[in-house]
Design a protein around this ligand. Structure first.
Ligand SMILES: [Zn+2]
Length: 127
């Protein structure tokens, strides 16, 4: 499944590189899209139509598109490459770039429960 996201990242790079996609790029995009399941492409295209990125890169455990923290369980799943994951905040596909081996052992940390909604930044005092 990780392979699918890699293809999606390439498609996005090519599509966003210029306002007009060249003929040779269009061929590459077509070939890449063939290797991506339809439901995934459909969600990606929905985001792209609205002028958004369809795939967000995770950096320092944060989604680089919406700057919200990504649950550690999501990152672990991505690392295992078993499944694709959506950002719980902005709904983009998450892409975990290959990291240097010195990165902290993510698997050691306890898994956070999945957040459904964007967490409030500050809760006003009830008093
Ligand atoms: Zn996000």
């Amino acid at each position: 499944m990780q392979d699918v996201i890699s293809k999606l990242v390439k498609v996005q790079e090519l599509e966003m590189r210029a306002t007009k996609v060249s003929a040779s790029d269009a061929e590459v995009i077509k070939a890449l899209r063939k290797g991506i399941p339809d439901p995934i492409l459909a969600h990606y295209d929905r985001l792209r139509i609205r002028g958004k990125k369809g795939v967000a890169i995770i950096r320092n455990q944060v989604c680089t598109s919406c700057h919200m923290g990504v649950a550690i369980g999501t990152i672990v799943t991505l690392k295992q490459g078993k499944d694709i994951q959506l950002c719980g905040s902005c709904g983009r596909y998450l892409h975990l770039p290959p990291e240097p081996a010195s990165e902290t052992a993510v698997a050691m940390l306890p898994a956070k429960p999945k957040r459904k909604k964007r967490a409030a930044v500050r809760v006003p005092d009830a008093s």
